[in-house]
Design a protein around this ligand. Sequence first.
Ligand code: FAD
Length: 537
Amino acid sequence: MIGQPEFRRYLVNIDSGSMHQLFTDCLVIGAGIAGLRAAIEAARDHNVVVVCKGALHDSNTWKAQGGIASVLDKADTFESHIADTLNTGCGLSDEKIVDLVVRHGPELIEQLLRWGTEFDLTDGHIAATLEGGHTHPRIAHAHGDETGRVVAEVLIEKIRQNPKIKIIENFYTIDILTNDENQCIGIIGQDSQGLQIIFSAAIILATGGAGQLYRETTNPEVATGDGIAIGYRAGAVLADMEFMQFHPTTLYIAGASRALITETLRGEGATLLDKNGYRFMKDYHESAELAPRDIVSRAILSQMLKTESTHVYLDVRKFDKTYFEKRFPAINELCESFDIDISRDLIPVRPSAHYMVGGVKTDSSARTSIENLYACGEVAATGLHGANRLGSNSLLEGLVFGRIAGHQAPLNVRTDVAHIKHPPIKYQVPYSNRTRLDTTDVRNSLRALMWRNVGITRSDQPLEESQEIIRFWQRYVMDKIFDAPAGWECQNMLTVCLLMARSAQQRRESRGVHFRSDFPQTDDEQFKKHIEISHQG
Ligand SMILES: Cc1cc2nc3c(=O)[nH]c(=O)nc-3n(C[C@H](O)[C@H](O)[C@H](O)COP(=O)(O)OP(=O)(O)OC[C@H]3O[C@@H](n4cnc5c(N)ncnc54)[C@H](O)[C@@H]3O)c2cc1C
């Protein structure tokens, strides 16, 4: 078994005395649904700073289409939503966490409605739709397939009206600072002014996902898994790193971005055809196109292999064109931009990396293993999703755990002592004279390797080989001191990929989104447990 990733506590030299410093009561890293919701909650009694590495619209949240899962009508029950979540989680979901998240859903969605979210309505009530893995229509959506953007805009507006919250865009967080007692005391990052330190009594990590670790992904460029690597370097315990969910249907047109084609379409009757026009999903699962995502993804891959094709097709020809344009405006526009007439043509699709189930381990109060550090949203491993995420449960998790983190993190922070004087922090990266390098090339090679060897289907030898290759790349990337995000991202990606490959090799069974061709069965006796990692062992 390959050992720990190449380890360095901080990625840059630090001399706090000579660096620009900022102070706040509560710092939120990330401005997706989880970070924004956390900031609103924390600002009830405290000053809050939110930083994000790009613009506010650069997030997974902004791209979310399908909607937010919650019990919304009388015919549905909490028990049913809980059962569907547990069923999809394949024995690894934490039942207490599932219960907590599901039961808080309706209240938080009602709150979003009150704050001005224009959810789509039927007869004055939130319209609920069906998605794969759900046994009841319970997905609330807004402006058709633009739910994430609509919700994020409402949260951002609420934050803009609150003088206690300051948002700093284009601020790249490099590392979390910890003191000798292993308490989190602030962060070091870079904005247009250069390196900065933000001291904060409480820190909430909400940096989102890691889809960019794979060549094929639905995630935007910011989703490089920074928060996981930052947490790991600071000593936080990580969990479930082997579980990356692949979305079955992303647009496959050479040269185009892998735009997601929401599974709500399948929920509303779209079917999957292979290149011969054969509807193959019935051969793989009794629920056909509505089977859980991992099953649909693997079925598509297998059918692609069988038919020697690079993709399959989504058939939406039976949809009424006017309804489709209104219900799925973003997908309609996307198809039109590639001259796909949805009433006549099939949409070429294939799977790609979509949602990181694992991450920084938290408890039911969003606490990590490091004092003063909280985590919520996709970066966190709360135990909700187990070995697989039920569609549309992640925006819900972001809302619920965003609020919990925002409430818990500043609980013991006295506003009058936030500007506490910290002893100077000094850190010197050991000198290295090794060669300069092209991090874009490393990054592309890494993403291709992950897609090939740590993708939808895994087995021992390729997983072992991936770790050897990544460790080799680490030898000459991790010793560098970069001065821009591209370099730090590359270092973070190498760290996270190695941990993923290692966990995937360790789990010698198949469960949820983790499929081992050499161990195709689920092995409850040995593996009905979480794989946890920390650099402190
Ligand atoms: C195409 C697509 C469609 C989806 N559809 C749905 C859906 O319909 N329903 C559903 O429930 N889920 C959906 N998901 C998943 C869901 O969108 C995400 O899980 C969720 O939005 C994550 O929210 P978050 O707040 O944790 O992170 P994000 O929304 O990804 O936000 C992360 C934030 O962290 C910041 N950040 C990252 N690294 C750093 C750094 N180093 N320094 C500073 N800031 C940093 C980013 O700039 C960003 O602001 C979809 C995802 C995608 C990609």
